[in-house]
Write a protein that binds this ligand. Structure first.
Ligand code: ATP
Ligand code: MG
Ligand code: MG
Ligand code: MG
Length: 566
């Protein structure tokens, strides 16, 4: 490709509304454009890199015999109602109606869809195991889309789903996928850690997240300085609930605040009840709180979200925001409970219909994270456990070593689903004995667009991006110091052609710009290698090769360029 033809409009200034490095540099390097909050267009350079990530994903999925399919983005409400998630998914789901008033959503994920698909396709154990995947846009109306491609509302995800006859089969599929993910992120050049994401407290490994470590990460990762133990700091919430369930011999009953209490509080807060969303918030700091907030008010919604979905962005509603919205009062504590006690709150289905029951707290950063009613606990058997997050002061549960905390960007997650969806959607196969059994499933996601951003978060300097070579939009840029000088252009073109001939993705900066401008662009866009063709080095039959990563420059004889680059 010739730079004179490449559409990559670079900017010298940092755009005002870009809040993280990856977003700033992608805007400045002419890679992405914001079309609406959390919704982006990819310009050629970004799309080239995305394609490279996708190619790596395809190869690694192929290596474990996962088969690519493509499912619809638009999904009918019925399958979500059947699984019980139509209500539970909440405001993050983008819903729409067709002209006949039938309801749909834009797929935030595809468990319901794949289960329904496979239910109609696979009917015998002989056809198992099987794993399908797709790379597709996903839609989540994130409460606070931000950080550019890191938390957008339309984003590219690779989602995969495995179907097995039993738990042992699932275990094999799960670890195959886990190792494929390790290869994907290694090949993408990321510095990452797989961390336990679920059930850590009871020693299971039902889920791992792949965390690209970076300051801008929204997740807290705890990891051992001596062994390879690593966990999401939110680890084990459902696990802890289960564990407590088993341990607790005597549970103290705490009634769910009744409708009267809720009404009274709503009145006190001057909230029109019809518009009131009620949330029973299970505290992690020893207080059971009830949050009542109005749903039609922007900031109040933040608070509801804070309570209901704190899991996603724990810092979502700041103390100040809550206060501004008069919401400190919105959180009342009907029962003050001590941290050392365990409690059982009985919430029946009808309450579930009306209220959002969620794991949370009346305190910032003190929530049960990623907890989902029905998925993680039975609605009629919620236990509020005194919970303590693992901290850096704890000893490593694996080796007793010292722990550290780091920020991580969740670039992927693998999850053992078991029969949750196959049971609720009644998806079965005939086992060897000819009896119907629910599929034993796993689901696995990679944030393709987030991975691109994560790479930039990890690899950059004050001059721009420093791409890992495997996902760089171009691996090499050849820069003739002066494009008007025919001799320089000749050599540059020869070098460029030779690189292309051996399969190197090269760019020739044939623009009639000053060398300084080309160098600045090369640094900003972040090509891993820059080959500069100037009179100086040509005298000795060489070109200068500069490594973006460390700024090292070496002279390479022209006919050795391909060997060195390859
Ligand atoms: P998060 O905790 O960051 O909200 P998640 O756990 O909700 O992510 P998953 O449901 O596990 O996300 O989806 C699989 C992958 O999709 C994630 O690991 C992440 O890389 C990516 N992803 C999720 N939400 C977004 C988003 N809003 N923008 C970009 N990528 C995302
Ligand atoms: Mg999320
Ligand atoms: Mg997550
Ligand atoms: Mg996840």
């Amino acid at each position: 490709m010739l730079a004179s033809k490449l559409y990559a409009p670079t900017l010298r200034e940092t755009p005002a509304d870009a809040d993280v490095i990856s977003q700033q540099y992608m805007l400045r390097a002419g890679m992405i454009r914001k079309m609406a909050g959390g919704i982006y267009s990819y310009l050629p350079l970004a799309w080239k890199s995305i394609r490279k990530i996708e190619q790596i994903v395809h190869e690694e999925m192929g290596s474990i015999d996962a088969q690519e399919i493509m499912m619809p983005i638009i999904q009918p409400a019925e399958i979500w109602q059947e699984s019980g998630r139509w209500k539970v998914y909440g405001a993050e789901m983008i819903r729409l109606k067709d002209r006949h008033e039938r309801e749909y959503c834009l797929g935030p994920t595809h468990e319901e869809m794949i289960t329904t698909l496979v239910k109609g396709e696979v009917n015998s154990y002989r056809q198992l195991p099987v794993t399908f995947y797709q790379i597709q846009n996903k839609y989540r109306d994130e409460r606070r889309p931000r950080y550019g491609l890191m938390r957008s509302r339309e984003f590219i995800m690779k989602d995969a789903y495995s179907f097995d006859i039993d738990e042992e089969g699932l275990d094999v599929s799960y670890w195959n996928m886990y190792h494929a993910y390790e290869r994907v992120f290694s090949r993408c050049g990321l510095y990452f850690k797989p961390v336990e994401a679920d059930s850590g407290a009871i020693g299971g490994s039902n889920s791992h997240e792949f965390m690209a470590l970076a300051e801008s990460g929204e997740a807290d990762v705890i990891h051992c300085n001596s062994c390879d133990y690593a966990a999401n700091i939110e680890i084990g919430k459902p696990g802890i609930i289960k564990a407590v369930e088993e341990e607790a011999s005597e549970l103290q009953e705490v009634p769910t605040p009744d409708a009267k209490t809720i009404e009274a509080v709503a009145e006190q807060l001057h909230l029109p009840l019809a518009k009131t969303i009620k949330a029973v918030v299970l505290s992690t700091d020893g207080v059971v709180v009830l949050a009542i907030v109005r749903g039609d008010h922007e900031v109040n919604e933040i608070a509801v979200q804070h309570a209901v979905d704190s899991t996603i962005e724990p810092e979502m509603a700041t103390e100040e925001e809550l206060q501004n919205a008069g919401l400190t009062a919105g959180f009342i504590s009907p029962v003050g409970l001590k941290q050392t006690e365990t409690f059982k709150i009985v919430v029946d289905e009808s309450v579930m219909e009306t209220y959002n029951v969620c794991g949370g707290a009346n305190k910032k950063d003190a929530h049960y994270i990623n907890i989902n009613p029905k998925r993680d606990f039975n609605v009629d058997d919620i236990i509020v456990a005194p919970i303590r997050l693992i901290t850096a002061d704890d000893a490593c549960p694996n080796c007793g070593g010292q722990l550290s905390i780091a920020k991580g960007i969740e670039v992927g997650q693998v999850f053992k689903l078991g029969t949750k969806y196959s049971e609720s959607l009644n998806a079965t196969f005939l086992n060897q004995g000819g009896r119907p059994n629910p599929f034993v499933m796993g689901c696995y996601g990679i944030g393709v667009s987030r991975t691109l951003a994560a790479a930039i978060e990890q690899f950059h300097d004050e001059n721009g991006i420093i791409w890992p070579r495997a996902i760089a939009p171009f691996e090499v840029v050849v820069v003739p110091i002066n494009a008007k000088d025919e001799a320089l252009m000749d050599v540059s073109t020869r070098v460029y052609e030779a690189l292309k001939a051996i399969g190197v993705d090269a760019l020739l900066d044939d623009r009639k710009e000053r060398a300084g401008v080309k160098f600045k662009d090369a640094d900003l866009i972040g090509y891993p290698l820059r080959i500069t063709v100037s009179k100086n080095t040509l005298e000795s039959g060489a070109v200068e090769m500069k490594i973006r990563k460390n700024g090292e420059a070496i002279e390479v004889p022209i006919d050795e360029v391909t060997t060195v680059v390859a």
